[in-house]
Design a protein around this ligand. Structure first.
Ligand code: PRX
Length: 654
């Protein structure tokens, strides 16, 4: 196992106060009505995974049927449902409207400022076609990359769907990322257009988006068009010829845009995520397999019924938002809640107020948010009637049992099953999860692979470990698997498919399997830090730090954090003559926010004239982690300069 595994994950530091042996079988009344209620589902899917996935693909609407379910003749490059043609927006919108469900609410949207909109399937379809025509009028078509940098407004979903309508590949960048991150992602993907908003509302204040990225995008060679949604009426400067107002472009476009027939394997979108290097990876998902994966998992894991009000409180800018706010729910014709702002604005009960107002029945969020709610106090939850809730979900990081039990008791009233769903940007859809009507849950465990998915724990040599800890691997292809890294197929193979061979997907997580075959995710084995369920690479933060003129060298590690799961700790060597003080620390935190985004700001920083290195000059991160944790260090005599360690320890002891 790589040296980075030892401190990965949040579980170690968090649950000193509570571990539990308690297990939670599905409540009988839930099990009786569940979409998946026959335990034979696992065996059947296992006996013939292709037939299983094929049965889900057949539930989609095809323009031309597929002739082969899986072509795995050239691993790791899988092809699913070859020969078929379909369109994602038609599956998400047209077929529901055609079935008479045009008036059905797709999203109860609530702005942070209290604005409320009921977005119907008919409205979404109309807007999607107009936006698609608007894009077409700018010369954007099949295969073009369109950036989306938006707040959580309905237009963000429309923008994504409009791309799928015409076969353009969307590349969404989380609205909390900085201008620098947007530019990098637009540049490496060769984006032709970027859809953004004038501003986003956060804690009552409009924070500029368009104006913030303007200087940085000016030099992008491929970027021909910028389309700006008016969210806050802030009238940002517009560049003649390049910039377009969404309201004019879309408002003035025709309302009829037939869906482009797409091959099953045509790219649907790319989404950049952090890996072991400073350069983000463009995870590429394709049309039919992705849609099949998110539809099946959304239906079974969330036990979706016609009268459910489903709420995934993630952001559209992450894979969770793509799969479980937009594509899974819309393909299943769900009614969802979409909320724009902060969970504690204007008060700590904002989420619960919304849940009560719309009668949310299913709620899906991240452990970090649950821990924040715990901290704010149960009284905020208790103010509201959450009796309609029947199922809760968790995603993004290991959930510590204490948070699990709090969520279960206080949000779920002790009656709602919790689905702790493990998956990744790369997997596209949920991979390890309870099925709420079938699986007995154990707080802290994501439980077992979804039907048709095969997961194993492998040792260093790639041999399976029947019980115990090691590398998590997925050992069979699945429809929503990433097909490649955008324009970097070699890096795709190298990163995920080399270590254990071309048909075993190396997840990059360490996990343990227990005597019941339940999986317990420990954390990352690579240089990825998981802050509040958001992926950041140590290298990305390090390169942001060293791009500051007052920094000579930097090393970044993840440390356990009670609130955010992991937090960023940066060790910095200031450049000659610069003093490492509070002022520099503040300056560097701002600098990282500007380069990557606020979420990447180091929580702690330590300055030293040098960093602990081996004689060959390699920074010893393990030692840095021990120093950060205040642990005994043992033998440091192999270091090039053992005194460095002492100076760091002294600093941290203050
Ligand atoms: O380490 C795992 C952690 O999040 C990583 C994937 O991050 P990302 O691609 O940003 O997707 C997050 C949302 C799907 C994984 O490698 N992770 C995700 N879900 C869980 C988790 N760790 C433990 N338990 C989970 N349920």
């Amino acid at each position: 196992m790589s040296e980075d595994q030892s401190t990965a994950g949040s579980d170690g530091g968090l649950d000193v106060l509570l571990r539990t042996e308690q297990t939670f079988p599905p409540p009988p009344e839930f099990a009786a009505q569940a979409n998946a209620s026959d335990p034979g589902i696992y065996e059947r899917a296992d006996a013939d995974p292709e037939a299983w996935w094929g049965s889900w693909a057949e539930k989609l609407e095809w323009i031309e049927p597929f002739d082969e379910i899986l072509d795995w003749s050239d691993p790791p490059f899988a092809k699913w449902f070859t020969g078929g043609k379909l369109n994602v927006s038609a599956n998400c919108l047209d077929r529901h409207v055609a079935a008479g469900d045009g008036d059905r609410v797709a999203y109860y949207w609530e702005g942070e400022d209290g604005t409320r909109k009921e977005i119907t399937y008919a409205w979404l379809l109309e807007q999607t076609q107009k936006a698609a025509n608007g894009l077409k009028s700018l010369g954007i078509g099949k295969g073009d990359v369109v950036g989306v940098y938006m707040p959580m407004v309905p237009e963000a979903a429309v923008a994504m769907l409009a791309c799928t309508r015409i076969g353009a590949i969307h590349n969404v960048v989380f609205g909390g990322f900085s201008a620098g991150s947007v530019v990098e992602r637009m540049e490496v993907s060769g984006a032709k257009a970027l859809i953004t908003a004038d501003a986003t509302l956060r804690r009552g204040k409009p924070t500029p988006m368009k104006e913030a990225i303007d200087p940085a995008i000016a030099d992008l060679e491929t970027l021909e068009h910028v389309i700006v949604v008016d969210r806050a009426g802030s009238n940002p400067p517009m560049t003649e010829g390049r910039d377009h107002r969404w309201e004019e472009l879309v408002g003035g476009a025709g309302g009829d845009c037939p869906p482009e027939p797409m091959d099953s394997e045509d790219p649907l979108f790319i989404l950049y995520t952090s890996g072991s290097t400073a350069k983000p990876k463009g995870i590429q998902h394709t049309t039919a397999g992705y849609l099949t994966g998110v539809t099946a998992t959304h239906k079974l894991v969330f036990d979706l019924k016609d009268d459910d009000v489903y709420w995934c409180a993630a952001d559209i800018g992450w894979i969770t938002g793509h799969s479980y706010i937009v594509y899974g729910p819309l393909a299943n014709g769900a009614t969802s809640v979409m909320y724009e702002g902060a969970p504690n604005y204007p008060a700590e009960d904002r989420w619960w107020e919304i849940a009560e107002r719309y009668g949310a029945t299913i709620f899906y969020t991240a452990p970090t948010a649950i821990r924040a709610c715990m901290k704010w106090g149960v009284e905020h939850v208790e103010k509201h009637d959450l009796s309609k809730l029947r199922l809760l979900g968790s995603v993004g990081e290991p959930i510590n049992p204490r948070a699990w039990l709090w969520y279960h008791e206080n949000v779920g009233g002790g009656r709602c099953p919790i689905v702790d769903t493990w998956w990744q940007t790369e997997t596209g859809a949920i991979m390890i999860t309870p099925l709420p009507g079938l699986t007995t849950t154990k707080p802290g465990s994501a439980t077992v692979p979804f039907p048709g998915i095969e997961a194993k724990i492998l040792d260093e040599s790639g041999a399976e470990i029947a019980e115990g800890g090691g590398h998590l691997a997925l050992t069979r292809p699945w429809p929503s698997m990433a097909r490649t890294l955008y324009q970097e197929p070699e890096r795709f193979v190298e990163t995920y498919w080399k270590r254990f061979g071309p048909d075993t997907y190396q997840v990059g997580d360490a996990a343990r399997i227990d005597e019941d075959g339940y999986f317990w995710i420990v954390g990352r084995t690579d240089d990825v830090i998981n802050v509040s369920g958001h992926r950041l690479s140590t290298m990305e933060v390090e390169s942001a730090l060293v791009s500051h003129p007052k920094v000579a060298e930097a090393a970044v590690i993840g440390v356990p954090d009670e609130d955010t799961g992991q937090a960023i700790f940066a060790f910095v060597t200031p450049s000659g003559g610069t003093v490492g003080d509070d002022e520099l620390e503040a300056e560097l935190r701002d600098h990282v926010a500007e380069k990557i985004g606020k979420l990447a700001r180091p929580k702690q920083m330590a300055f030293a004239d040098d960093l602990p290195k081996t004689r060959s000059g390699k920074i010893m991160r393990r030692l840095l982690r021990d120093i950060a944790a205040g642990e005994e260090l043992g033998d440091v005599s192999t270091l090039r300069d053992p005194e460095v360690v002492e100076s760091l320890q002294k600093q941290l002891a203050v």
